[in-house]
Design a binder for this molecule. Structure first.
Ligand code: ADP
Ligand code: MG
Length: 648
């Protein structure tokens, strides 16, 4: 329900950060850089920007707060707007990729670290801002890591030019503050948080199936624990969460004569925004609230009332292997620090319990700290962005420096894409490279758009890149599986998933009653609407760059050929044992079950969007290609001879 102004004010004042309000304001007046560490949920993200705003820090510019996650930027901005008593987009707003909810009145702006980095390309001094808060610094995303160096340099430049100083506030959960302190040469300030003891329980033996183990644990405690103890379960991603949510509801329903009712709330990045906010609401007094969340609930958002954690000990991470040149999503073990963070989420309001579906011995084998993203990801995009700022990343002041091999590899890739020249001696952006930085996209996708006109398929590529930039547009229904499959079948292209997506999106763009149409076709209205918005923005950039908006009509071969020009590292070849081998990385994989090819047809050569590494490796979104095209489209493709030899 709606809370009164007084209630909100009381809640704000009860947060641990409120006690040090004056000190924070004073320190921010005295120092250019501040380092703040505090327990998750102590009020750093929501309160500090308001303290600074209320004491006049936003008079000559905005207070910008970066978040590694888009969802966090949005939910937190909403909360702060409510506390400020304004509509979202007025005093308090947010900016995330492809979505800007701010106005000239906006003083407190939440934005993703990626968005701020892009702003820095337009203005390295970040003159719009008087304060930048780099929040969730412990997450160590590439973008936040790079922003450390950017804001440090902006501070220096503004100082020497006599401009309004830039205050920088780095906030972090209780992890590894020394590292940041050394980098900025400041001492950190610790916020004292009120936390309650959390009792930790490990499974006795290694579990073959952590999902099953989590489910059993949940129903054991559901039978025994007081009904007002809310439960938070950490899982790895959308599919897992939705599947378990179904199971929990089903079990609770079948046993409704002996069990209390449950209220299950999924929480993951791709969930529609209104659904994400539901988990903050209390459950009815006779029902147990159960939140199933990804890593997002580890530190980025705090759900009140959680007394019990079930931690599966896994997290989905984007990892990059410089040996294979492939970027992949992989389910990996959390670090010990993360396991303790997760555990701490149960002790916010009262003493709690944490059940771990892994043994004590297993936990001891986890890494101590998570590895910073910059040391485990594809840094092409970052290297390109830094070059756009006139910086060769070999000389950049990194908090943790990527290895020379990773840097060389990124430059090599960018050279192959035609974005960079002289990568070894004096790297520079080519004209194409400069144009690539205009798009808020992975360089490979920018390249697709920049090449599409030459293939005569700009309209189609705009649509395809827009859909690929968003989340899954298909709804898989458990109850109405056959109906859903039938509805999706009419969009199927015999050439594969990319053209199928294109068919869906083109039909959507022609539809008037979108809600009804999406409902009938088991398609996700929100994700398609989002893709339409993305397409519009990409089209504006394409027009600014004067690229012809041509269309290949029904000759979709042009689209498939064009895909090669950006995704040339993602070509795979069918093997005798019916698996695929990626040409560039020599990685074995199968076609993902969500593909239109799955269980039907195995093309000799495919191009895929990405590889998902789990117990089994999968190629996600695959399209059949004709190997003869490779020589035409990619005359300098390093692996061409191998393809030719297998064709003989
Ligand atoms: P921190 O950044 O230190 O982790 P936050 O500022 O995000 O803490 O959250 C402070 C408190 O505000 C949380 O403990 C939670 O109780 C409350 N809170 C945050 N977001 C919401 C929301 N969307 N709805 C209700 N309460 C919220
Ligand atoms: Mg926070």
């Amino acid at each position: 329900g709606v809370q009164s102004k007084q209630q909100l004010e009381q809640q704000r004042q009860a947060l641990p950060v409120y006690k040090v309000r004056q000190r924070i304001i004073q320190e921010a007046r005295r120092n250019e850089t501040m380092l703040l560490m505090g327990e998750t949920g102590s009020g750093k993200t929501t309160q500090i920007p308001q303290f600074l705003y209320e004491s006049g820090f936003a008079q000559k510019g905005m207070i910008g707060i970066t978040q590694p996650r888009r969802v966090a930027a949005i939910t937190v901005a909403r909360r702060v707007a409510i506390e400020q008593g304004c509509r979202l987009g007025e005093t308090v707003g947010y900016t995330v990729r492809f979505e800007d909810c701010t106005s000239p009145q906006t003083r407190i702006r939440f934005l993703t670290d990626g968005c701020l980095l892009r702003e820095a390309i337009a203005d390295r001094l970040l003159r719009q801002y008087t304060v930048i808060m780099l929040d969730e610094a412990h997450e160590r995303t590439i973008n936040t890591d790079v922003l450390f160096g950017i804001v440090k340099e902006a501070q220096k430049q503004r100082r020497t030019r006599g401009l309004t100083p830039l205050k920088v506030i780095v906030t972090s959960a209780t992890m590894d503050i020394d590292h940041f302190g050394k980098y900025f040469n400041v001492r950190g300030m610790y916020l004292e948080g009120k936390t309650y003891p959390v009792k930790v329980m490990h499974v006795k033996e290694t579990q073959p199936d952590y999902l099953h183990s989590a489910l059993v644990t949940l129903f054991q405690l559901h039978r025994s624990d007081p009904i007002n103890h809310d439960v938070l379960i950490f899982l790895t991603g959308q599919e897992e969460i939705e599947a378990m949510a179904q199971q929990i509801r089903q079990i609770a329903k079948t046993h409704d004569n002996e069990l209390h009712p449950v209220r299950v709330f999924p929480l993951y990045a791709q969930l529609p925004q209104n659904k994400q906010l539901e988990c903050f609401l209390p459950a009815p007094s006779n029902a147990r609230k159960i939140v199933l969340a990804t890593n997002i609930a580890e530190t980025s958002v705090t759900i009140p009332g959680i007394r019990c954690i079930i931690d599966c000990g896994f997290v989905k991470q984007r990892v990059y292997n410089p040996n294979t040149g492939l970027d992949a999503l992989r389910i990996v073990r959390v670090s010990q620090a993360q396991a303790w963070q997760r555990c701490g989420r149960a002790g916010r309001d009262a003493p709690g319990t944490c059940y771990r579906t892994y043994t004590q011995a297993e936990m001891e084998s986890f890494e101590n700290m998570p590895k910073p993203e910059i040391l485990r990801s594809n840094i092409c995009s970052t290297v390109l962005q830094l070059l756009a700022l006139g910086i060769d990343c070999r000389t950049f002041d990194f908090l943790d420096r990527p290895t020379p091999e990773a840097v060389d590899d990124a430059y090599r890739k960018l050279e192959a894409l035609g974005a960079v020249r002289n990568p070894k001696t004096k790297p520079e952006l080519t004209t194409l490279g400069q144009e690539m930085t205009q798009f808020p996209l992975d360089p490979r996708y920018s390249k697709l758009l920049l090449s599409a006109s030459a293939f005569g398929c700009m309209e189609e590529m705009l649509s395809l890149v827009a859909v690929l930039s968003g989340e899954n547009v298909f709804i898989s229904s458990n109850e109405k599986r056959e109906l859903a499959t039938l509805a999706h079948a009419k969009f199927t292209s015999k050439y594969g998933d990319h053209l199928t997506l294109l068919n869906v999106f083109s039909a959507f763009l022609k539809t008037e009653k979108v809600k009804l149409w999406c409902h009938d076709n088991f398609l996700n209205t929100r994700n398609l609407t989002y893709a339409r918005e993305v397409r519009k923005q990409l089209e504006e950039i394409v027009e600014r760059l004067d690229l012809p908006l041509n269309s290949c009509g029904n000759n979709h071969d042009q689209v498939r050929k064009c895909l090669l020009i950006g995704l040339f590292d993602n070509i795979a070849e069918l093997q005798r044992d019916n698996t695929y081998l990626t040409i560039a990385g020599r990685q074995r994989a199968r076609i993902h079950p969500s593909s239109v090819f799955h269980g039907k047809y195995r093309p000799e050569y495919v191009i895929f969007t990405e590889i998902v590494l789990t117990e089994r490796n999968f190629l996600r979104q695959v399209t059949e290609i004709n190997p003869d095209w490779i020589a035409d489209v990619l005359p300098n493709y390093a692996h061409l001879n191998r393809i030719k030899s297998t064709l003989k």
